[in-house]
Design a protein around this ligand. Structure first.
Ligand code: ATP
Length: 515
């Protein structure tokens, strides 16, 4: 049996998602809308299950974390204070021949990746030449070619960092020119100047006649938490260290919105801001890095699919930041961010609103603006991670093929399918009886159409972990078979034990206990 593993592309996943009712391009009858997607019947179930796992792990399992649901619209000064009006920009450059637009920093990073590719080639070649005696660390620190490449990378990174930090767009353009970067489409180096482009969507509150006010669709959920810090702290009687969690929509006018649901213009975030005493942030930062990684790994998608990427270039408000990267079909990319944001946000809101957002500690008689460590994950990206790891094309021992979504049972959209072996002899009636009981506990699907093998394939394609078959023996002794999706093994259980057997396999409790 073969898992097609690395050869799976985003395209495979996107077309499977569409064909089986997980995700459709938004407003498809009008040819769709760039980088916006709609979740179908199975997609919305899967999304809800991911949310439930996150919410329970963060809010239910931590006595000092509470949840909120803030409005998408916020007072426009919020975005002044947060820095989004002035600094939520991407540096963009256009190629005059292809008319394509790129992020300048991404073009430069791709150039760095090319040089890294050259280093890897040298290492592979040398490893072959030296065999067992090869010392990679020594080789990369002494081989003149590798040392030269590493020097080039360091120079480029330094120039890019300085120009971005200084907002020097001319220097950024000059770097692209000096590196002789060509447009991958037209192949030319005919570039415009670099310009800043704000990623927030603006709209208007009130009618124009009233003197409408320009407001924004929130580009992150975090600010809804910061502006409510004091309300929540007081009403839930929390004291630092404590957290506020939220799941909600965010909007960004992404310029290079490609790669299916990896980068969307309307997406959902699951964020938690943890308010702490200044000076304790590194301890909490490490704590949340570890906790969040455990949350991911407990799902069993494969430990090798995750890695940390520590940020070297920190945003001005952060004193430590790391991404949890996932091995998507297009390689390792950011799935979640863990950031130590100091008191930047609360401090800025204090300044702009004139309201005190401090915590008064009775025990020490001191008052401070809490520091914040946040964990921020894109729900849609998490959905893509689950899909990428689950999508499998298999060749079976009998020579046939199947496409199966090996979604962790606890997240699977449909937990169990109820299938009468034949659509006669009293089997459908018995199956419906069972279905009525099962649907009280699990999302179940009844299917009596087509041969049983075909029905199994349909369930495989939507990731249903268990199929229950009602056959003639069921009528004699009240037992059914349960077929397990991944192994395709079947076992016979009594109807009386059915619910508890399924419960044991798909319960979120067992998963939460692991983390
Ligand atoms: P990227 O570098 O990929 O643009 P980011 O660093 O801007 O992401 P954050 O602002 O830290 O992302 O947002 C937190 C999380 O929200 C990201 O880790 C990602 O999972 C998700 N996210 C951000 N932008 C998008 C988007 N356009 N579409 C889908 N998910 C997104």
């Amino acid at each position: 049996m073969a898992n097609s593993g690395d050869s799976i592309t985003l395209k495979n996943i996107a077309s499977h998602c569409k064909e089986y009712g997980f995700i459709y391009p938004s407003s498809e009858i009008y040819d769709g809308l760039g980088a916006t997607y709609d979740y179908g019947p199975y997609g919305s179930e899967l999304k809800n299950n991911i949310k439930e796992y996150w919410w329970k792990a963060m809010v239910r399992m931590n006595e000092n974390i509470v949840g909120i649901d803030a409005a998408i619209f916020m007072h426009p000064t919020t975005w002044k204070a947060s820095g989004h009006v002035d600094a939520f920009n991407d540096p963009l450059i256009d190629n005059k021949d292809s008319k394509k637009r790129y992020r300048a920093d991404v073009l430069i990073e791709e150039q760095i990746a090319k040089i890294e590719g050259k280093i890897n080639k040298e290492v592979t070649k040398a490893a072959k030449r030296f065999g067992d005696s090869f010392d990679e660390a020594q080789f990369v620190s002494t081989n003149p070619r590798v040392v030269k490449y590493k020097g080039q990378i360091a120079d480029i990174e330094e120039r890019m960092k300085t120009s971005i930090e200084n907002g020097d767009l001319e220097a950024l353009k000059q770097l692209i020119v000096d590196l002789e970067i060509a447009d991958p489409i037209s192949g030319t180096r005919n570039w415009t100047d670099v310009r800043q482009f704000n990623l927030m969507f603006a709209t208007e509150l009130g009618s124009t006649a009233d003197g409408a006010e320009k407001i924004y669709l929130r580009p992150e959920t975090a600010q809804g938490i910061f502006v409510n810090y004091l309300n929540v702290q007081k009403t839930s009687r929390m004291k630092p260290p404590f957290g506020i969690a939220q799941i909600g929509k965010a909007f960004r006018n992404e310029i290079i919105a490609r790669q299916f649901i990896f980068r969307m213009r309307e997406f959902e975030q699951m964020e938690m801001q943890f308010f702490i005493k200044p000076g304790t942030e590194m301890e909490w930062y490490e704590h949340w890095k570890e906790k969040r990684m455990n949350w991911h790994k407990a799902l069993g998608l494969g430990e090798e699919k995750y890695r940390f990427h520590d940020h070297l270039n920190l945003a001005h408000y952060a004193n430590a930041a790391a991404d949890i990267e996932f091995d998507f079909p297009m390689g390792f990319k950011e799935l979640e961010g863990i950031h130590s944001r100091t008191d930047f946000d609360l401090g800025a809101h204090e300044k702009f609103s004139g309201k005190k957002l401090k915590y008064y500690d009775n025990a020490t008689n001191e008052s401070y603006t809490p520091f914040v460590v946040e964990t921020s994950i894109g729900l849609d990206r998490m959905f893509l991670a689950v899909m990428s790891a689950s999508y499998t094309e298999e060749k079976l021992e009998d020579g046939s093929e199947r496409t199966v979504l090996k979604i962790p049972p606890v997240l699977a959209p449909v937990k169990v399918a109820v299938l009468p072996l034949v659509n006669k002899d009293g089997l459908p009636e018995k199956a419906q009886e069972i279905m009525k009981e099962i649907m009280l506990d699990f999302n179940a699907q009844y299917d009596a159409k087509d041969a049983i093998g075909k029905r199994y394939r349909r369930q495989d394609a939507i990731g249903t972990p268990y199929c229950i078959t009602i056959d003639h023996e069921t009528l004699e002794n009240n037992t059914v078979t349960i077929r397990e999706r991944d192994s395709m093994k079947q076992m016979r259980v009594s109807i009386a034990e059915l619910i508890s057997t399924l419960e044991e396999k798909v319960s979120i409790k067992n998963l939460l206990r692991k983390i």
